[in-house]
Design a protein around this ligand. Structure first.
Ligand code: NAD
Length: 253
């Protein structure tokens, strides 16, 4: 496993799914992890899991779509640890599914705020903190929907295409300052987000899993491993990339 020994790491969406597994994986790799989410109960559970393993971990209630919350969270990490080495901007929602002409405008704005504005806000405050820390690594969570146009999912796909674009711009602006910015694009991953969607449409979920070349969804731990690698010095020459982790879902075009 790649090492994050003594790195200071912030992770959003740490109350559940990919964010929880990644936050725990980062801490197991030696990092001091600050987890953020708006779900207080889920955060408490993640914190308990970390405590049961004796990991260096703390959690904060944060709404990633709000500039004031994101700025406060970054300031809290700096005040506590004195530096910031790694950020995993991962919190997200799928939003509702409708054709574009039927898509509620408020739903569209909410998905863009939680999935895309959050990544802009995160990097806006993380980059100056990393410059002061002498460099760092940022990983943003996109999706295979950053490469495809899943019908009904205009807000989600637009937000994730946006995450890909923001990642490239941030990588270009910061590579010479020792800050690497990359994205991961998970495919179908068996998290509470997907479980909720599968309950609504079990037939679609069954078909979707069958269509994946490896014939299963990802364990969130498999996405966490990819995020950890991108964030670590093992990926020191990887800059501005989106690493697709999808069991082959997108290789057939
Ligand atoms: P999840 O629902 O298990 O976890 C998402 C977390 O984000 C939750 O804890 C939720 O409370 C938090 N969150 C949502 N809105 C927030 C806000 N405004 N402020 C703070 N926290 C907020 O889902 P997941 O599957 O682990 O998703 C994590 C990321 O991975 C998302 O960005 C998602 O789009 C992406 N992703 C997931 C899949 C998948 O198949 N599960 C595939 C591709 C991409």
């Amino acid at each position: 496993m790649a090492s994050l020994q003594n790195k200071v790491v912030m992770v959003t969406g740490a109350a559940s799914g990919i964010g929880r597994e990644s936050a725990l994986a980062f801490a197991r790799a030696g990092a001091w992890v600050f987890g953020a989410d708006r779900d207080t109960a889920g955060l408490r559970q993640t914190n308990q899991l970390a405590a049961s393993e004796g990991l260096r971990f703390s959690v904060s209630e944060v709404d990633v779509s709000l500039a004031s919350d994101v700025e406060r969270f970054t300031a809290h990490v700096l005040a506590s640890a004195g530096r910031l080495d790694v950020a995993f901007n991962n919190a997200g929602i799928t939003g509702s599914a409708h054709r574009i002409e039927d898509y509620p405008v408020d739903d569209f704005d909410r998905v863009l705020a939680v999935n895309l504005r959050s990544v802009f806000l995160g990097m806006k405050f993380q980059i100056p903190a990393m410059v002061r820390s002498g460099g760092g690594a940022i990983v943003n969570t996109a999706s295979v929907a950053a490469l495809t146009g899943p019908g009904g999912m205009s807000a989600y796909a637009a937000s994730k295409h946006g995450v890909h674009g923001l990642t490239r711009v941030a990588a270009m602006e910061n590579a010479a300052r020792g800050i690497r910015v990359n994205a991961i694009a998970p495919g179908w991953t068996e998290t509470p987000m997907v479980a909720a969607n599968s309950r609504q449409n079990p037939r679609f979920a069954e078909l979707a899993r069958t269509a994946i070349p490896v014939k299963r969804g990802a364990d969130p731990k498999e996405i966490a491993d990819a995020a950890l690698w991108l964030a670590s010095d093992a990926a020191s020459y990887v800059v501005g990339q989106m690493l697709v982790v999808d069991g082959g879902m997108t290789i057939g075009g």
